[in-house]
Design a protein around this ligand. Structure first.
Ligand code: ADP
Ligand code: 5GP
Length: 203
């Protein structure tokens, strides 16, 4: 049975710990790629172009959209964010899983375009903990934090559209549960359709 790559969408409120859990999960895993998004937001201290994001001007970003090079894109807190299509296609063609760490509007667009995508929503253990993590990260000013928390209220309402909810209680436990979710994702009916048809073909 051929092992097809899964398109994994990983979303959740800003500051919930998506990046931290993914970093832990991806350690030593060669068969899972992480998509590098494009964005028009300014780099944070320590963020590198081509590593954390492709940092583009608004004009450069919209040109890529026009040329059909984005699998999805969305506006978030007055900036554009999008998933370059080429790396996703490449990973899937090689039978590799690929994770897109993207916000909810983009996630739902991916689900429309790619019904096999596995959607995982990362939730905080509590609202207070989400606020503490966002403040504790220290990368945004107070107004930006309030904006992100406001966006988070809307994002939580969209969690119902996801296949799985992953509560990020501790990083290690969440990373382990993500592994189980991905494993379960491979057993979904939609993923196993060809296999069942092949068995039936010889029946
Ligand atoms: P996101 O990528 O979702 O915006 P980050 O990965 O940047 O979030 O995490 C936000 C902050 O929360 C960081 O300071 C990180 O160290 C912390 N953090 C992440 N996961 C946990 C956890 N399980 N318990 C406590 N703190 C966490
Ligand atoms: P941040 O500015 O904290 O890096 O990201 C803000 C939000 O944009 C996060 O929810 C993050 O997951 C999301 N995001 C990052 N890349 C993409 C992308 O390519 N597409 C979409 N739709 N959202 C993205």
């Amino acid at each position: 049975m051929m092992n097809k790559g899964q398109l994994i969408v990983f979303s959740g409120p800003s500051g919930v710990g998506k990046g931290t859990v993914l970093k832990e999960f991806l350690q030593g895993r060669e068969n899972v790629a992480l998509s590098i998004s494009a964005t028009t937001r300014q780099p944070r201290p320590g963020e590198e172009n081509g590593v954390h994001y492709y940092f583009l001007t608004k004009e450069e970003f919209l040109k890529k959209v026009e040329e059909g090079n984005m699998l999805e894109y969305a506006q978030y807190n007055q900036n554009y964010y999008g998933t370059p299509k080429d790396k996703v296609d490449e990973a899937l063609a090689q039978g590799k899983d690929i994770v897109l760490e993207i916000e909810v509007q983009g996630a739902l667009l991916v689900k429309e375009k790619c019904p096999n995508a596995l959607l995982v929503f990362v939730a905080p253990p509590s609202w207070e903990e989400l606020r503490d993590r966002l403040v504790g990260r220290g990368t945004e000013d107070a107004a930006t934090i309030e904006n992100r928390l406001n966006i988070a209220r809307g994002e939580l309402k969209q969690a119902v559209h996801y296949d799985y909810i992953l509560v990020n209680d501790t990083v290690e436990a969440a990373a382990q549960r993500l592994e189980h979710i991905i494993e379960a994702g491979r057993c979904r009916n939609i993923e196993m359709k060809d296999f069942i048809e092949e068995v039936e073909h010889h029946a």
